[in-house]
Write a protein that binds this ligand. Structure first.
Ligand SMILES: Cc1ncc(COP(=O)(O)O)c(C=O)c1O
Length: 364
């Protein structure tokens, strides 16, 4: 093959994709990586070997296609979620990003619109645009909250085909009250998705939108194993909705989209849910420590129900990001003026971040 390479502009790319930028959170090999809201605790050894046993069994049959309906996994998710959910109400994919993509392929697409309250998860516009749908950004209050009345008014005005509600919201950590979900559902003619990727980090008595599914066939609640379950590398996300909603997703998924190895690993991890989720309390403790220390350092952390903290009062986010980077700590500039976002790590990682930030504060 010759050395001539084309640039993207030379290729017959879809017009609506021209000029877009792909998702690109840095994957730098720094000692303290607190930039993509992973669970930084490794899978405990005893769980890892239990998962490995199940993968070994599945491996002996990988000459065959996997169970297209991932029956055991759907049963395991229904059990884990509770709320009287049946396996027929569960869907799963390779990360909740894929689950969200299935929703947007089924209910979005060319000529349709997807609406969310900005700032919110950066993949919503990208997934929407990937299906040919148009992203429409609504607004939040200055503290990133939304009232039920305001949310319903904006949704009524925009009249979208899909509404994305991120609860708690990424990148701000803001909780979303269920009265907002109810009001948006009433105001919307289309699909309403509540993305509860970080729900396990919310206060124990906080209600999930799963409690609202009954009698709301246009509502879906998505979750992921990437955060609380410390399973980001395995790529497993899921949702609960009406069985008819699940049927719509079957129309767009690729056959056998969840590999036998993924299904085996996820079922085994769910069998060990108590141990896998054992780190959640510790992460919440580190998150609250970050908030308290940031306040003491003179920054303005926003209330967070997730495993990360968005903080304001940063004079020059790029400079602070780079100073932390030079000290081996990777956090995230999410593009909000005078703000940065940091994931709660282990106690040692969190200390490394806070010490590095304090040293910049006084010395840079
Ligand atoms: C709000 C939200 N939803 C969904 C995802 C996607 O997670 P995954 O595809 O790993 O399940 C993320 C990842 O950061 C997220 O922050």
């Amino acid at each position: 093959m010759g050395s001539v390479t084309a640039s993207l502009g030379d290729l017959p790319l879809r017009d609506d994709l021209r000029g877009l930028t792909p998702y690109g959170a840095p994957q730098a090999p720094l000692p303290v990586a607190l930039n993509v809201n992973e669970n930084t605790h490794p899978v405990p050894d005893e769980v890892a070997s239990d998962i490995l046993d199940d993968i070994a069994v599945a491996l002996r049959e990988v000459n065959r296609y996997p169970d297209r309906e991932f029956t055991s996994l759907r049963e395991a998710f229904a059990d884990y979620l509770g709320h009287g959910l049946e396996p027929g109400q569960i869907w799963a994919g390779n990360g909740s990003n894929e689950v969200l993509q299935h929703i947007m392929q089924a209910f979005g697409g060319p000529g349709r619109t997807v609406f969310g309250f900005a700032p919110t998860y950066s993949m919503y516009p990208l997934i929407a645009q990937g299906t040919g749908a148009q992203w429409v950004a609504g607004q939040r209050e200055a503290d990133y909250t939304i009232t039920a009345e305001e949310a319903a008014a904006q949704v009524e005005q925009a009249d979208p085909d899909i509404v994305m509600l991120c609860s708690p919201n990424n990148p701000t950590g803001t909780p979303l009250r269920l009265d907002v979900v109810e009001a948006v559902y009433e105001a919307a003619r289309g699909i309403v998705v509540v993305d509860e990727a970080y729900q396990e980090f919310a206060p124990r008595d906080a209600s999930s939108a799963l409690t609202l599914l009954d009698g709301r066939p246009r509502l879906a609640v998505s979750r992921t194993m990437s955060k609380a379950f410390a399973f980001a590398g395995a790529r497993v996300g899921y949702l609960a909705a009406d069985p008819a909603f699940i049927d719509a997703l079957r129309l767009v998924r690729l056959p056998y989209h969840l590999s036998a190895l993924t299904q085996a690993a996820a079922v085994a991890a769910l069998r060990n849910a108590d141990t896998m989720l054992g780190m959640v309390d510790e992460i919440v403790e580190q998150r609250d420590r970050i908030t308290a220390t940031l306040e003491a350092l003179g920054y303005q952390p926003h209330e967070s129900w997730s495993n990360f903290v968005l903080f304001g009062g940063v004079a020059d986010p790029r400079a602070t990001f780079e100073a932390l980077y030079a000290r081996g700590v990777l956090i995230r500039d999410v593009g909000i003026p005078h703000h940065l976002r940091v994931t709660a790590g282990t106690e040692a990682e969190t200390t490394a971040f806070l010490d590095a930030l304090a040293s910049i504060d006084s010395g840079a």
